[in-house]
Each structure stands twice: as C-alpha cells, then as structure tokens.
Ligand binder design. Structure first.
Ligand SMILES: Nc1nc(=O)c2c([nH]1)NC[C@@H]1CN(c3ccc(C(=O)N[C@@H](CCC(=O)O)C(=O)O)cc3)C=[N+]21
Length: 286
C-alpha cells in the first residue's frame, strides 16, 4: 500500500455468534426449568421480498437458538385497526414472550399505532415509546435492536465514546434517532444529520465516530471519513451494500464494520438475547 493504512474490521458475525450462543444456553435453561420455550411472534405485512427475507432469517436464527417463533403474515391491504387488533391479541397471549413487527408496513398504515400495541414487556425489538423513553433516560429496558447491536460492537472493540464527536447520518425512529441517544448516554457529543442538513460532508469529516443509517448505497464517501475514525455502517440496501463506500473508507478509518458481516448480524443477535430475557421475566425465571 502507498503509505495508507487499512482499518481493522469490526466482526459483527463473530460477536453475534457469541451473543446467540449465550441466548441459546439461557433459552435451554428456561425451557428445562419451566417446560416452556421462549417464543417470538413475527408480524409481517405484505410481501416485500427484502422484508420476507429478513423475517425468514430472524425465524431461522430463533430456531437454531431454541427459541420458538410464531409467524403472522398479513396482506399488504390490512387496515391499521386490524393490525392493531392482531398485535394486541399477541400482547395478551401468554404463550408469546416477544413481538416483532417488521418495518416498514405500507404507507396507508399508522405504523406508530401498530408499534404501540406491543406490550412493553414483549417489546424485544425496542420500537415502542416506552422502550424509547427508557433507553433515552438510561433506564433498564429493551433497546431498539440495531442501535443496541451497534453499542455492543463499540464496546467489544473498546471504543471510548466520552467526549468524542459522534455523527449519526439518518434519524429514523428505530435506527438513527435511538443510536444518537445511546451515544449521548455514553457522553459522546452527538450531531444528527439528515436530508435537510447543510454541508453534510463538512460535518461527517469531523466525526470521530460515524454512524451511517440513511439507506442509500455508498452515500458516504471515503474521502469524507476523518482519518482514524470509527465507522459504523448500519445501512441495509438491496444487494447487501452499505451506506458507506467501504473500499475507500477503510483506507482512512481505524475501525470499520463490513457489510455484510457487521451491524446486520448484531441486530438479530440482540433480538434473540432480548427475547430470551423477556421470556425469563414473564416465566418467572429471573
Ligand atoms: N421492526 C424491525 N426491526 C428491525 O430490526 C428491522 C426491521 N424492522 N426492518 C428491516 C431492518 C433491517 N434489518 C436487518 C437485520 C439483519 C440484517 C443482516 O443480518 N444482514 C446480513 C446479511 C443478510 C444476508 O445475508 O442477506 C449482514 O449484514 O451480514 C440486515 C438487516 C432489521 N430490520
């Protein structure tokens, strides 16, 4: 190489595997002690191929970890009322310990209303106002899975966040916004960037920790990465392409998550860990 350095990769697949093994051990213990296996209900609206694939992956990962899953598939045309009723029934069903409503639902549906039908103790995907508030206040509760996975990755690689400038690109309710709040809770100085941000490049260039969560393939150029930065690519785009131009970013970053194999597997690992924790609580094991 011509004097440039190459970032160390943050191995989400490896860490997710270890978290999943722990979840599987706890799931087996819960099943042995109570006669009931932890159970995650997945709710999918419509047939978007990417969503179908993600939900299938989540269910397969559950099965491998000894977590049962119950699949609810609803037509794209479902009304907000019918979706809320379905989720309310799962919230009241003692055989279900966690509920995941796959985002996005169709534009005619009030997604917030649907999320809020998830009972707080079953919100293993961390999407309700209750979970968001607990997370923002630094109280115990279930983090939104992708931001929770990002924090575990940062900790695994001993990234010191206090006083660092963390720049979050994207402000969605279950990814960018909570990711920034978690970083704030760890004493980072947080800047949110979004579609109205003026001179995005100038802000990104100041980032000690960069979280890309916009959903636009290779949106962040490597030339905008501050030398020595920690780059977390939370973008999921068709074809497993991240929001960061990986090949150029890795020449400047100190640590970087690959896509695939970075944040994605961590999202699912956190979902499994939180499902097992929810089941343990509901079954009186802890
Ligand atoms: N309520 C809700 N909660 C979510 O957590 C949620 C959601 N809705 N909607 C969609 C996004 C997307 N998402 C991913 C999960 C795993 C990978 C993942 O494991 N990706 C693999 C590659 C996947 C593959 O091999 O196809 C990787 O990055 O290595 C990616 C993306 C969760 N999401």
């Amino acid at each position: 190489m011509d004097g440039t350095r190459t970032a160390r990769l943050m191995d989400g697949t490896g860490l997710a595997g270890r978290i999943t093994e722990d979840a599987a051990k706890t799931a087996a213990d819960i099943t042995l002690r109570t006669g009931t296996a932890p159970c995650l209900a997945t709710v999918l609206v419509g047939e978007d191929p990417a969503s179908v694939t993600y939900v299938r992956m989540k269910r397969a990962r559950c099965r491998k970890a000894g977590i049962e899953s119950r699949q609810v598939a609803l037509p794209a045309s479902v009304s907000t009322g019918a979706l809320v009723d379905t989720i309310t029934a799962l919230s009241q069903d003692p055989g279900v310990h966690g509920i995941l409503l796959q985002h996005p639902v169709g534009p005619h549906i009030d997604e917030r209303a649907a999320f809020e039908a998830i009972a707080p103790e079953k919100d293993v995907d961390g999407v309700t106002m209750h979970s968001f508030a607990a997370m923002a206040f630094g109280l115990p509760g279930f983090a939104s899975c992708t931001p929770g996975g990002i924090m575990r990755l940062l900790d695994e690689y001993d990234v010191d966040l206090a006083g660092k400038h963390a720049v979050v690109v994207g402000r969605s309710a279950i990814l960018g916004k909570p990711a920034g709040m978690l970083l704030l809770g760890r004493d980072a100085t947080v800047t949110y960037c979004h579609s109205h941000t003026a001179d995005l490049s100038a802000i990104v260039r100041e980032a000690d920790v960069l979280v890309a969560a916009v959903g636009r393939p290779r949106f962040i150029a490597g030339s905008d990465v501050k030398p020595g930065a920690v780059v977390i690519d939370a973008g999921y785009n068709p074809g497993n392409v991240g929001d960061v131009d990986f090949e150029t970013a890795r020449e400047r970053a100190n640590l970087i998550t690959p896509v695939p194999g970075g944040v994605g597997p961590m999202t699912i690992a956190v979902l499994l860990a939180q499902t097992v924790e929810a089941a343990a609580r509901q079954l009186g094991v802890v």
